[in-house]
Design a protein around this ligand. Structure first.
Ligand code: ADP
Length: 522
């Protein structure tokens, strides 16, 4: 996964660092050609970037550019030349063998041989660039670049703190501030070339470890430098003596690192807590997915049974028709009725299924026109009358004389009410009582369907409108449904900007479903 940091490092940093370094080298060469001291050393008197070093810099830039363009895996002549030239300079320093055109010692000006420290750093940079071109050696290339960066920072420290003791230890000191800057830029560019490979994954990755490492590194790079600068200033103005400076430096480092370690330990702790919470959430989500999966499996089994049940009577009826040669018309009608009833049942199941899938995909749309709710409820009552009659229920319909208008889809509103009355008929033992009422409120109208049937358990009540939710899920129940009806009812009512509630005092206590719809304002 590409984080913004990785994208930024890959895209911008190597190019910018390479271009700035090349510019510095070209300015230095121009400075030598035109005799402008500022261009060769920033402040005349300080060590200069000699032409040889400027050429080494340009070789490093060319090699970096090639690596950026090709992405590695190709010959990098510039990097090979850089490494070889640096080795020759180091050999010349070590053996004292003279080289053509150049002279040892900084007094030689434009013809000076680059210092051993500079040659060492460019040699390591060249080898690093060569290694970066080979996928298996990216890590080595980065380690070399990191070494160069740290060494360049040491020479920079020499400038910041004016000839530190450590810097004095370096052989042939005198690396120019310009050379130091280009080496810092170029080694950083090499590190930024492949941010998601080798040792850089520890820093540039999107994981919390890399995030903390980035911040820790920033603290490690800045805090000691700032503290050191403060102590150096105090020493220079003679505000403190050397033992006090050392004591102050040590104490300061202890304080700074304690604070840093504490801060990062706290960050780690918070990350760990968040991780654990996320893990718990993931577990819960997994659990509910498993439950849903098991529910779906149950549902598929139930669906198979529900679709298969009507087939047996249809097959028997077909058989009957085949053997009934010239049978009496009453028998024929009864057989045809069986086939019609069972195919209606299958069609009803398939309609429910299709509607449920349309709901899931958000494909149900309403034709929104003013609807006479009184008429819609009457149509629904008509639709379920056969079932109510078959189960010998007493159906009482109290709609009053009002004809409230709601904005919506007549067909879907009939479906909602018919579904509720159908459920009341299914879940009430034969010979029960069902009451359908309509009540007006100032801004809305309520339709309630109450029965004195099996009622709904308190545990099921809050989930009764969820898909596949049934009190008893047994295939081939006499009432035969898929547990989708109420989910569809709720969805349709919500599409009408209304709400539906289920009430029941418990098992055996009957149930009441109330649909509330907003009135169409004239
Ligand atoms: P189905 O009727 O196909 O099972 P529904 O979504 O219409 O699916 O109903 C879901 C469940 O809610 C039913 O299985 C039943 O347990 C319960 N239920 C619905 N209406 C009633 C009612 N009037 N009385 C008792 N229980 C009901």
């Amino acid at each position: 996964m590409a984080t913004p940091l990785i994208t930024m490092l890959k895209a911008g940093l190597p190019a910018v660092a390479g271009l700035v370094s090349a510019l510095i080298a070209i300015c230095a060469l121009a400075g030598w050609a035109l005799g402008i001291g500022y261009l060769t050393s920033v402040v005349p008197g300080l060590p200069t970037m000699v032409p040889m070093t400027a050429l080494l810099t340009l070789l490093a830039c060319a090699s970096l550019w090639r690596l950026r363009e090709t992405g590695g895996g190709r010959a990098n002549v510039a990097a090979a030349l850089l490494t070889a030239a640096s080795l020759v300079i180091l050999l010349a320093h070590a053996t004292g063998i003279p080289l053509p055109f150049v002279v040892r010692g900084s007094a030689a000006g434009a013809r000076s041989l680059a210092s051993p420290v500079t040659a060492l750093m460019f040699g390591a940079l060249g080898a690093g660039l060569l290694a970066m071109g080979r996928p298996r050696h990216v890590r080595h290339g980065q380690v070399l670049a990191l070494g160069v960066l740290l060494l360049a920072l040491l020479t920079l420290a020499g400038y910041v703190f004016r000839d530190t003791f450590l810097y004095q230890l370096l052989p042939g000191k005198g690396t120019s501030i310009l050379t130091t800057t280009t080496l810092i830029l170029l080694s950083t560019a090499v590190l930024a070339l492949r941010p998601n490979e080798g040792i850089m994954v520890a820093l540039a990755g999107p994981d919390p470890g890399a995030w903390i490492a980035r911040r820790l590194l920033l603290s490690a790079l800045t805090m000691p430098v700032l503290l050191g600068m403060a102590v150096a200033v105090m020493l220079r103005v003679k505000a403190i003596d050397v033992p006090t400076a050392i004591a102050f430096l040590v104490w300061g480092m202890v304080v700074l690192f304690t604070v840093a370690v504490w801060r990062f330990a706290l960050m780690l702790y918070r990350i760990e807590v968040a991780r654990r919470l996320a893990e718990l959430e993931r577990q819960a989500a997994l659990e509910s997915l498993r439950e849903a999966d098991a529910n779906k499996d149950d549902f598929v089994a139930l669906l198979a049974h529900e679709l298969r049940n009507p087939l047996a009577p249809i097959r028997a009826a077909a058989e009957l028709l085949r053997i009934q040669n010239g049978a009496d018309p009453a028998q024929l009608r009864r057989t045809a009725d069986i086939i019609a009833r069972q195919t209606d049942h299958i069609a009803h199941l398939v309609d429910d299924l299709l509607d449920a899938s349309r709901v899931r995909r958000g494909l149900i749309t309403l034709t929104r026109v003013p609807v006479d709710l009184h008429r819609a409820v009457c149509d629904a009552v008509e639709q379920v009358k056969p079932l109510v009659a078959q189960r010998r229920h007493a159906l009482q319909v109290e709609l009053g004389k009002v004809h409230p208008s709601v904005l919506g889809d007549h067909k879907r509103l009939v479906q909602v009410v018919a579904n509720l009355i159908g459920n009341a008929a299914k879940y009430t033992p034969e010979g029960g009582a069902i009451r359908v009422e309509m009540r007006m409120a100032p801004d809305s109208v309520e339709v309630s369907v109450a029965d004195n049937g099996i009622g709904i358990d308190a545990a099921l009540l809050p989930r009764v409108f969820d898909s596949f939710m049934q009190a008893t899920r047994t295939a081939g129940r006499a009432d035969g449904g898929l547990g989708l009806g109420l989910a569809l009812v709720r969805h349709l009512v919500e599409l009408h900007e209304g709400r539906v509630e289920a009430h029941s005092a418990g098992a055996g206590q009957g149930s009441t479903f109330i649909v509330t719809l907003p009135l169409l304002q004239n």
